[in-house]
Design a protein. Structure first.
Length: 719
């Protein structure tokens, strides 16, 4: 689908050298009605700034854009990308509702740096929370502008007009009407409103809140959907790149003569980059296999067994995440004190679609198609590699086949850009599965140490929590504990001194590790107090939202109180992520001969405020629960120094369909509350809920993720 060009309207931090004038803007945009607004500003504030105040004073916030074309179609431009989370549907729902148009009439243009406003990237379950409000505000303002135009054309007051499916009509004489298409035809209209326009209330919604099948579903299941690897510019070459055997290895000698003998192969050597290009990918692979290289690999000083001791040795003193009361005073009130250490290994993103990029250079401009969560950052990185200004590079993001935080890094984009510049032809870099496991960043290995205590009455007396290298997200407790401290030691990102390879965000970064540790510790205290784990949490919870989701999950399961271990195999865990409150209860079965764990049933309740698309939100919960089974039970990267030992799914085991439990989801919805994140929260409780269920079934406690059959067996032997 072709769309008129739309430029970035983010004036919030543009400074005096913002490169486009208002006249140039409208020349580029062509026909249609354009709505301009600055998120965070009231209409009056925007008007005041338009009268001459410095653009430097504008707030740093999202700008959203929409265009109503001459055909009545509504185009939404967003720097966000679609990677399976469903915002291609939910954002369209929000805009359609505010404009009073059909959902089918809204087209989404996503992650195109020439057409969409600047965006920091798609991660952190932030799209609905942070892009949704300004998008709805734009829709509300656009509708008001159209009503005013219709009022002038129809000769009736605005208050007498209504809108249905993009048609404005006189409520007293419905045949007196005009469509959005007729109002926009051949016009270039910029109209600023003097007063703020309220967005709809939940009682006025027609599209928001309804379960809608994903708009990209048919294209994806039929193969019509395009990904970066489907792009084929004329003359494109496939690149295969020489990789080192381990992170930190240095290339000392290389012989490419064998590769040059392959007909049609183009060999490129540029510093640390050695690659073979060919018009056929299998021939490029064959040519690369003929390259003879020697590497100097540093001696391994850490592996997947010794990494936790290493992390504790190199950790910083740490910084407070939260603190209150006095730990010494709280410990004095404790009848029982508990001190435990929790371990969590490296985990791969392992998306279905590996990192891929295509770069085409035409004169002094370039176009990049990339699987990325950060289109504008990727554009800038490509521009630097090409030696071009950023405005000369257009990055287009097709559908992305999974990211989970790993596609915020754009190494494949830089590689493709360098090779395209040197080859003088379009180049595709598509990582193999082995490259994906080696070159992608990993969720960091981490350690959590907790000292806590309970009183004789079963209240939590104190809480001393230290997390090493996971990060602070999800480390804050939400229980009623007067005397507490939460401290984070070391960064979750990067490599070098702490980690032997790159680490970074992995779906709900840090929160999976922190929730595993916190909720396991809570369960330990509940068992020692002889109190049912649901009841123990309810006694010690201080937030009504958390109490409500926990009760909702327990009611859905049909929970009957019993102190653990009860032999039933029931586990409980609670958490907060991206503003969403989640409670999960799981039922497991443990084979004590093999140590294997089968999760039989999972009930998950969420309070995510207003639910934009219940069907999409439910799918995300189910996906989180399924993915969470992986880090809970099998997913772990084995390594020796910088050498990654798991390079494919023959040794790195993802969840299988045969694993899937009965999954039941519950929304504890507050339609008047702000929508919160839905792409990650349900995953954070999976490690803890399975660990607690294993304890309830067997009486053994697992302190390290993943809880493999070997680790379960070891714990059973020590029982």
């Amino acid at each position: 689908m072709e769309h008129d060009r739309c430029l970035e309207l983010d004036f919030t931090d543009a400074g005096p050298d913002f490169p486009v004038t208002r006249r140039e803007l409208f020349q580029l945009l062509g026909g249609g009605i354009i709505v301009l607004f600055t998120a965070g500003d009231s209409i009056a504030q925007a008007q005041e700034r338009r009268r001459g105040r410095s653009r430097r004073e504008l707030p740093e916030d999202f700008n959203a854009f929409l265009r109503i074309g001459e055909d009545g179609k509504v185009t939404c431009f967003t720097g966000k990308i679609e990677m399976g989370q469903g915002i291609v549907t939910s954002l369209a729902q929000m805009l359609a509702d505010e404009l009073d148009v059909s959902l089918d009439s809204v087209d989404m243009v996503m992650g195109d740096t020439d057409l969409c406003p600047w965006d920091m990237g798609t991660f952190g379950s932030m799209t609905t929370r942070f892009f949704g409000p300004p998008l709805r505000a734009a829709g509300a303002e656009a509708k008001r502008v159209l009503l005013e135009l219709a009022s002038e054309q129809l000769g009736v007051p605005v208050e007498q007009l209504a809108v249905e499916d993009g048609v404005v009509f006189d409520q007293r004489r419905k045949q007196n009407q005009v469509s959005y298409a007729q109002l926009a035809k051949g016009k270039r209209i910029e109209r600023h409103l003097e007063t703020a326009v309220p967005v709809k209330t939940p009682s006025e919604f027609n599209v928001v809140g309804k379960p809608i099948t994903r708009r990209d579903a048919l294209a994806k299941v039929t193969g019509e959907a395009k990904y970066a690897g489907d792009i084929r510019p004329p003359g494109m070459l496939y690149a295969k790149i020489l990789r080192p055997p381990a992170h930190g290895a240095t290339l000392t000698d290389v012989d490419v003569s064998g590769a040059k003998e392959v007909k049609g192969a183009q060999v490129i050597q540029d510093g640390d980059l050695v690659a073979v290009l060919h018009r056929y990918p299998d021939e490029a692979e064959r040519a690369l296999s003929k390259v003879r290289a020697k590497f100097e690999t540093p001696e391994a000083d850490v592996d997947d067994k010794s990494i936790f001791d290493h992390l504790l040795k190199v950790a910083s003193e740490g910084s407070d995440v939260s603190r209150g009361g006095s730990l010494q005073t709280g410990e004095g009130h404790a009848a029982e004190v508990f001190e435990e250490t929790y371990l969590d290994g490296y985990v791969a993103h392992a998306p279905i679609e590996p990192h891929t990029a295509v770069v085409q250079i035409e004169g002094d401009k370039a176009t990049v198609w990339a699987s990325t969560q950060t289109p504008f950052r990727a554009r800038d990185e490509a521009a630097e590699a090409l030696g071009l200004p950023s405005e000369s590079v257009r990055l287009i993001t097709p559908f992305v086949g999974g990211g989970f935080g790993g596609k915020t890094r754009n190494l494949q984009v830089v590689e493709a850009a360098r090779l395209a510049r040197l080859a003088g032809k379009p180049v595709q870099v598509a990582w193999s599965r082995e490259e994906e496991f080696f070159d992608d960043s990993f969720r960091p290995a981490a350690v959590v140490r907790i000292r806590s205590g309970i009183t004789d009455s079963g209240s939590i007396a104190f809480w001393d929590y230290h997390v090493y290298f996971a990060g602070s997200r999800g480390s804050q407790h939400f229980y009623d504990i007067a005397d507490h401290a939460t401290v984070s030691h070391g960064s979750s990102r990067g490599g070098g001194r702490a980690h032997p390879f790159a680490t970074g965000a992995w779906r709900a970064p840090a929160n999976n590790t922190n929730t595993f540790a916190r909720e396991s510790q809570i369960d330990i205290m509940a068992a020692k107090a002889g109190i049912d784990p649901v009841e123990f949490r309810l006694r010690n919870l201080k937030e009504d939202k958390m109490r409500a989701v926990l009760r909702a999950a327990a009611d859905k399961l049909g929970w009957t109180p019993a102190k653990a271990p009860s032999g039933r195999g029931y586990g409980v865990a609670c958490g907060i992520d991206s503003g969403t409150y989640v409670a999960t209860i799981a039922e497991v079965e443990v084979d004590e001969k093999t140590g294997s764990v089968q999760v039989k049933r999972v009930v998950c309740a969420q309070d995510m405020g207003l639910v934009i698309n219940p069907e999409g939100a439910r799918i995300q919960m189910e996906g989180c629960i399924t993915m969470g089974l992986g880090y809970a039970l099998t997913e772990e990267v084995r390594f020796k120094g910088g050498e990654v030992l798991d390079r494919n799914f023959d040794t790195y085991e993802l969840p299988r369909f045969s694993w899937l439990p009965q999954i039941e989801t519950v929304f504890v919805e507050d339609k008047n509350a702000t929508p919160q994140g839905g792409g990650e929260p349900a995953i954070i409780t999976m490690g803890a809920v399975v660990a607690n269920a294993i304890y309830d079934a067997t009486g053994v406690r697992l302190f390290q993720l993943p809880m493999t059959p070997e680790r379960v067996n070891e714990a059973l032997r020590e029982r």
